[in-house]
Design a protein around this ligand. Structure first.
Ligand code: PMP
Length: 301
């Protein structure tokens, strides 16, 4: 990659120079919010939805983002352009800003705003063809009344613990249950199961982030004639599903072929998962906010 430019508080700086104070409360306390967004063929996918979630997360924790949605949208587009990337991952981070060592957020006078645009390293393509093996882990999802999973905050320790458990079990992702034992979500993705042509994904109150990919898949599947329901389910329902897949900005739609040692369906990505992945990949190149960085080799059918 050529030179990488980071947007940091009103200016573009080189990656090596993009630095934030150790007194930033994002660093000291995980006090802040973020978004991960994709650029596909020069179009930012579901930009409005990501911005809405970011501002709602910020509102929930009383964090003032020092730009309007329109301004931040423009700045994000500019950062993509400045880095000249047609396909990329955007990370927007808004932290509470610099305060003292105490918790008091009112001492942080201005939020730090960071926009990073990078080529994306996701699951290698062969895993979309083979599907992935996952586990459920002892780490439980935060209860919505303790720290709402709908807030995409910088407090990802829960999710980091899941990744540690997945790593120890030598798998690439894992599912968290909520405090009542219902399946909530993966460390960085939402989960769907398909049984007898009916698609189920846990509702928000079970303890899942309202994933933008999840919502896009609900819409796509409904358009394609599937019955889709947001309904709580248990590990048993996952083990006995015909198909299981995960969705997320980074993961897109990835088939799960084994959960806790139980083979799902026929042990390969299911027909319906593949239909939805294909529909999703068609959608992302058509449906987005143009950045002006165009892929001249792109042919959209
Ligand atoms: N759950 C969690 C905990 C996540 O971090 C993510 C990634 N943002 C998702 C689900 C998937 O959400 P989205 O489709 O909006 O990326």
């Amino acid at each position: 990659m050529a030179e990488q430019w980071i947007f940091l508080n009103d200016e573009f700086v080189r990656k090596e120079d993009a630095k934030i104070s150790v007194y930033d409360h994002g660093f000291l306390y995980g006090d802040g919010v973020f978004e991960g967004i994709r650029v596909y063929s020069g179009n930012i996918f579901k930009m409005e939805e990501h911005m809405e979630r970011l501002y709602q997360s910020a509102k929930s924790i009383m964090l003032n983002i020092p730009y309007s949605t329109e301004e931040l949208t423009k700045l994000t587009i500019e950062t993509v352009k400045k880095n000249g990337l047609e396909n990329a991952y955007i990370r927007l981070v808004i932290s509470r800003g610099i305060g003292d060592l105490g918790l008091d957020p009112y001492k942080c006078l201005k939020a730090n705003v960071v926009i990073i645009v990078e080529p994306l390293a996701i699951f290698p393509e062969h895993l979309y063809e083979s599907g992935i093996d996952i586990i459920t882990v002892p780490t439980r999802r935060n209860r919505p009344d303790v720290l709402s999973p709908k807030v995409k905050s910088l407090n990802y320790l829960n999710n980091v613990l899941v990744r540690i458990e997945a790593h120890l079990a030598n798998v690439s992702e894992a599912l968290m249950l909520n405090d009542q034992g219902y399946v909530a979500e993966g460390s960085a993705d939402n989960v769907f199961i398909l049984k007898k042509n009916k698609l189920l994904t846990p509702p928000g109150y079970v303890g899942a982030l309202e994933g933008i990919t999840r919502n896009a898949i609900i819409d796509l599947a409904t358009e394609l004639g599937y019955e889709v329901k947001e309904e709580p389910f248990t590990r048993h329902d996952v083990y006995t599903a015909d198909e299981v897949f995960l969705t997320g900005t980074a993961a897109e739609v990835i088939a799960v072929i084994k959960v806790d040692g139980r083979v799902i369906g026929e042990g390969r990505p299911g027909k319906h998962t593949n239909i939805l992945l294909e529909a999703f990949r068609k959608l992302v190149v058509k449906d987005g906010v143009p950045t002006g960085v165009l892929n001249k080799n792109l042919h959209v059918s």
